[in-house]
Design a protein around this ligand. Structure first.
Ligand code: SAH
Length: 229
């Protein structure tokens, strides 16, 4: 299926109309082809401003939310970023175009492997990806701390302590907090110094939950994995 380039231009104009102002964010969104992160039958929806299923009950985030979270991170080229919830790898790829290196964690290994294939296709050499429980933060102490942390799955009550611990002074954490039933808010935490954080509620959102541990590989149904092809 060929994608009409006008769809992409319309989406970028829509993001501007929705209030996204950061030109680096808008250029990265224009540069990264969203269709290669989603299943073929949904390619015609690649430049609609909606979340889409990517298999294993997970979704690729809505473009506006990707742009909004990216802008809220206030990135610059020198930033070392930790991302929790690689999913399709779309948000990862936007970040990789805007900062020095992205460390990304996904608990579903089949999703991570598919995302890594896309990173190779896009020749994004500044991404380090692992399958693990991201609630514990990045496992290798030598990479700590991070300038920015973004989590694209919602913590029920508050961010895991590891996220605050692994953030540099002056660093920013952006993530959703809350439950589907009780409502979720996108939050921005700035580590002023040590234990002192400033907190800002940004937006009402709807994300899949942040879950502990890594699923047992034998629990993956062949049918579900087939969906990923
Ligand atoms: N940013 C993604 C959207 C991901 S949806 C994109 O652009 O496509 C959220 C992802 O978080 C899911 O893939 C889910 O499996 C993952 N996730 C949930 N809890 C996690 C955890 N503890 N560690 C790592 N990944 C987690």
């Amino acid at each position: 299926m060929t994608i009409d380039p006008a769809n992409k231009i319309r989406l970028i104009m829509h993001l501007r109309n929705m209030g996204i102002r950061d030109t680096d964010t808008l250029s990265a969104m224009e540069k990264v082809p969203r269709e290669i992160f989603i299943p073929l039958p949904l390619h015609d929806k690649a430049y609609e401003d909606t979340a889409l299923p990517i298999g294993l009950g997970q979704t690729i985030s809505q473009p506006f939310i990707v742009a909004f979270m990216t802008e809220a991170l206030e990135l610059d080229k020198s930033c070392k970023v930790l991302e929790i919830g690689t999913g399709s790898g779309y948000q990862t790829s936007i970040l990789a175009n805007m900062c020095r290196r992205v460390y990304t964690i996904e608990r579903h290994k089949p999703l991570l492997e598919r995302a890594e294939e896309v990173f190779r296709k896009l020749r994004l050499g500044n991404i380090t990806a692992i399958a693990a429980d991201g609630m514990k933060g990045w496992p290798e102490k030598s990479q700590l701390p991070f300038d920015r942390i973004i989590c694209t799955a919602a913590a029920a009550m508050k961010p895991p302590a590891a996220f605050f611990d692994q953030l540099k002074d002056g660093g920013i954490l952006v993530m959703p907090v809350g439950t589907i039933e009780g409502g979720q808010k996108l939050m921005r935490y700035k580590k002023e110094q040590g234990d002192v954080f400033s907190v800002k509620e940004l937006l009402t959102v709807r994300f899949v939950p942040l879950l502990p541990d890594v699923p047992d590989p034998s629990t993956y149904l062949l049918k579900e994995l087939g969906e990923l092809a």
